[in-house]
Write a protein that binds this ligand. Structure first.
Ligand code: XIL
Length: 328
């Protein structure tokens, strides 16, 4: 008995020992959505985390059994990773990258250029050359640190308004839409093998003006040589919206990109049917490489009070999880 557990302990990579391990007696047995999705021909089924959630034994147990890909919920955003000009803070993202690597999980980098969670010193820039240099340095420093470890990056996030026009941000206001080219070219130079994504929300119906704007603009940029590999649909949706996701994903996949992904799925009240429809949307679209749910347990969700995730506040699997397990 003891020699067996000692042996299995020795088999654990040293880096994994920094994280809590769940004793077998208390650990609930869960089936892996990731393994099932890989068996179905996709690359991954993932979720989010950061340092605090990776110090939570129950959460870690669920992640290790169910998911095969991690996105940093906050630690790679500009305000966290470069809070002052040139002052990079890699401690927290390193925790996530080390955990994912030790556990053989893929990592999506999120996110390099976003109007939100952005320090004031960036918003205060008014000079185009200065902003270009700040963007290029931000991207090359961060992507350079994790070269070969992060397989997809959300290079730009939420750059469109609902009507398809460009969102007001320091990036658009100072550089015009050229900030997109600048960002993707910097990303390509920093890690030529990473898949580079443009990511947005409310891409949940093929009829949305934002979907049309996404496809039209991406096609134009790709034709101009901007190295965009994929479109990410966040999919923070309400109950009942799942039925529109397949057509929406198909519309995005019709753009001149190699791949699409559902990057931040959560659904108010977590109806099993909406979860199934949303995941089916990716399953059925050949260009769709994987699904990431934006959280594990309801109490950790960024949408408080909506219970939008696959596990309840006590860490028990919900009907939506059981349905996905049965049908994947
Ligand atoms: C959210 C995080 O989950 C919260 O913890 C944080 O306070 C705000 O950001 N779109 C995105 C994600 O691209 O980065 C957001 O994450 C949710 C909406």
């Amino acid at each position: 008995m003891y020699s067996t557990s000692l042996l299995s302990l020795l088999a654990v990579p040293l880096t994994a020992l920094a994280f809590p391990t769940t004793s077998l007696s208390t650990r609930q047995e869960l089936e892996s959505l990731h393994d099932k999705y890989v068996a179905a021909g996709k690359q991954y089924f993932g979720t989010i985390a950061d340092e605090a959630l990776l110090a939570d034994e129950q959460n870690v147990g669920i992640i290790q059994q169910v998911f095969g890909q991690l996105t940093a919920e906050n630690s790679m955003k500009w305000e966290s990773i470069q809070p002052t000009l040139g002052g990079f803070n890699f401690a927290q993202p390193d925790v996530l990258v080390d955990f994912a690597t030790a556990n053989n999980m893929l990592i999506r980098g999120h996110t390099l250029i976003w109007h939100s969670q952005l320090p004031q010193y960036v918003s205060d820039i008014t000079d185009a050359a200065e902003l270009t240099e700040v963007i290029e340095t931000h991207i090359s420093e961060i992507m350079g640190r994790y070269v070969g470890k992060i397989f997809q990056w959300d290079v730009v996030n939420e750059i469109f308004n609902e009507d398809g026009s460009f969102r007001d941000s320091v990036f658009f206001n100072v550089l015009g839409e050229d900030f997109v080219r600048i960002a993707f070219e910097a990303a390509k130079a920093a890690d030529p093998d990473a898949k580079l994504y443009i990511n947005d929300f409310n891409l949940d119906s093929a009829d949305n003006a934002k979907v049309q704007a996404m496809v039209t603009n991406v096609n134009k940029w790709v034709a101009e040589g901007v190295p965009i590999d994929g479109i990410g649909s966040q999919a923070h949706i309400a109950a009942g919206q799942g039925s529109a996701i397949p057509d929406a994903i198909k519309a995005l996949a019709a753009a001149d990109v190699a791949e699409v992904a559902i990057t931040e799925l959560d659904i108010a009240d977590a109806p099993a049917e909406d979860y199934q429809q949303s995941v089916d949307a990716c399953t059925q679209e050949p260009k769709c490489v994987g699904v990431t749910v934006w959280g594990v347990r309801d109490n950790d969700s960024w949408r408080p009070g909506t219970n939008p995730l696959l596990f309840d506040a006590t860490g028990q699997p919900k009907e939506a999880y059981n349905t996905l397990v049965s049908n994947l």
